[in-house]
Design a protein around this ligand. Structure first.
Ligand SMILES: Nc1ncnc2c1ncn2[C@@H]1O[C@H](COP(=O)(O)OP(=O)(O)O)[C@@H](O)[C@H]1O
Ligand SMILES: [Mg+2]
Length: 269
């Protein structure tokens, strides 16, 4: 085949693919309600295709409005085909700054050696990592939202809250018995460390929800294996945040060294 012929074949193929995408995109738009028209404006084509695939697979039945919009991700409320509530976390393209920040939590974790470093691959990895961490934590009996599925930059988990309103964050709620919540948070941190072998690494009053009187830890994309070279530092920082928060609420908290020992025990890292 001549170079020219080959080129025109490739172009034809691309055009067909382009048309197929366009058709799928139209279908997506067509059966989309007004909220979903908003999705169109917010997400790039690849993200729309991912959402579309999850709908075709039957993982997502409906998507409603956005619950929270962070800098790096957006959280949507949705339902599966049976009407169960879903939290749909969509990771967005990130700045070079954030990319640098992400690498700290990936390099050094034995689970992620030899990963690709381009931005898109990193975002996909970041979503997989959150899914994996959620899964290990959930299996270990840690109070976290149950993971359901992950595809590219879209993570689906159980929705914590009601009617599309997310449960309040620890920082937003006035606790009747802060001592009890403190002990439950600590018990979860300990279980996460010992049974799941993980350190949350971004634990604060922003990443704990209170639902039905109990804490739910979430936002675990940056959680690392306790074998990560900085795991101890991350754990100390997590514990410091909890000490600071609960101390202000009048809870008698032990010194950090004692807490650290309580969590790690004689686990060899
Ligand atoms: N499973 C969930 N159910 C209900 N709301 C959630 C769930 N996961 C996260 N959220 C809400 O979405 C917000 C952003 O989620 P988070 O995972 O913390 O993303 P970010 O990495 O942008 O901080 C949270 O502050 C919380 O209010
Ligand atoms: Mg968060």
């Amino acid at each position: 085949m001549s170079g020219r012929r080959r080129r025109s074949k490739v172009l034809e193929k691309l055009k067909r693919r382009e048309q197929r995408y366009e058709k799928e995109r139209m279908m997506l738009t067509k059966d989309l309600s007004s909220e979903r028209a908003v999705l169109e404006e917010v997400f790039d084509r690849s993200t729309l295709m991912t959402i579309y695939r999850l709908m075709n697979k039957g993982v997502i039945g409906e998507i409603y409005g956005s619950v929270k919009a962070g800098k790096e991700s957006k959280l949507y409320w949705g339902k599966d085909k049976e009407g169960n509530n879903l939290a749909i976390k969509i990771f967005l393209t990130v700045s070079a700054e954030f990319k640098k920040g992400m690498l700290v939590y990936i390099q050094g974790d034995p689970r992620f050696t030899g990963v690709r470093r381009d931005t898109r691959s990193l975002i996909y990895l970041w979503a997989q990592k959150e899914f994996k961490n959620l899964h290990s934590a959930f299996e270990a009996g840690v109070s976290v939202p149950k993971p359901i599925a992950v595809l590219r930059n879209v993570l689906i988990m159980r929705f914590i809250g009601e009617n599309g309103i997310g449960a309040p964050l620890l920082r937003e709620i006035s606790l009747k018995n802060p001592g009890k919540i403190y002990r439950q948070v600590l018990a979860n941190v300990k279980r996460l460390y010992r049974k799941a072998g993980l350190v949350h690494a971004d634990l604060s009053e922003y990443n704990v929800m209170i639902w039905k009187g109990k804490p739910v830890l979430f936002d675990v994309s940056q959680a690392v294996s306790r074998k990560h070279p900085m795991a101890n530092e991350f754990l100390l920082r997590d514990l410091e945040n909890m000490i600071r928060y609960f101390k202000r609420l009048g809870v008698a908290v032990p010194p950090i060294e004692e807490l650290f020992k309580k969590v790690t025990g004689n686990v060899k890292s």
